[in-house]
Design a protein around this ligand. Sequence first.
Ligand SMILES: C[S@@+](CC[C@H](N)C(=O)[O-])C[C@H]1O[C@@H](n2cnc3c(N)ncnc32)[C@H](O)[C@@H]1O
Length: 303
Amino acid sequence: MVLICVDCHNQLVENHCSHCGRFYEQKNGILIAWPKTMDKLAEEEAEHHDEDDSDAIEVHQLNRPRNVFYHEQLWQEMRELPKGSSILEIGAGSGFDAQVLQDNYALTLTDVSPETLRRLSEKLNNPDIMYIAADGSRLPFANNSFDGIYMVATLHHLPNQQQGIHELARMVKSGGQVYIGIEPNSTYFMWIKYFRGLLCRLIHMDPHKGSHADAEMEGFSYIDLKKYFFGTEWESVTIRPIWFLAGWWHYGSEFLFRSLRLKKRFVLPSILEWLLIYLDEALFKIPGMKYLAWHWSVSAKKL
Ligand SMILES: C[S@@+](CC[C@H](N)C(=O)[O-])C[C@H]1O[C@@H](n2cnc3c(N)ncnc32)[C@H](O)[C@@H]1O
């Protein structure tokens, strides 16, 4: 794996840039590869996620069918790569996907928050995984470094999303697989941003707390994502809708949990979750219905 300086793009030799001489420190086994001047949003995200040690798997019920069904699409895409292939995750967070892929692939996990990576390395306890703290729109890897790259619920956290997509194209090898998942649809999230103050009051949340990226984002339209992947670099670009009824359940039940200050989140019986998924997948076949999905995923291959 060839690492490069995020400031001048020259090769690192023993954590020193071979051109500008900058030294990249390593803390708790995690290389800190932030740029010298980091974007304000990325800095705030690092700070927030360093402190936030809540269990995303529990909070978002990632182990329930409505999430597993869509993460399975990512795992399937990556499983098309031969065993041992090099895979990069951007915004590794809870490690929900890394947990599944770690046995068969050479994983490099990145996140802007070093503490998140430290917690994750303790949890996964796998010495073969490389951890690097970096901003997803300025990553310290040489061109064509990876066979596959994925990011889940992270593109909307990046300070420069178009730049993030350029980075994917730069770092993935020709024929390599890219997957971006669970990205918010602007059909809902631009309104949620508009009414955020009121919503925060209803769910007893301080509007200044939490992830600034989550607070400021408006989500992506189908056309936004199409534009990101328009061009000569990509083939087999597929944009899929995720959750219609399942999204109303997910966000509706979370709203009730927080606004009523309940002690436990609602858990829908698995059979009902599967029913929602199959209904959603049937509904998405109706022309126009995909625009009402709560989230999108994109998969593409680099030419
Ligand atoms: C919603 S979480 C998703 C985490 C993980 N993919 C998962 O599914 O559990 C978003 C993650 O993006 C990370 N993040 C935020 N801004 C980032 C940036 N500029 N570059 C890289 N990662 C970032 C956060 O630290 C957080 O772990």
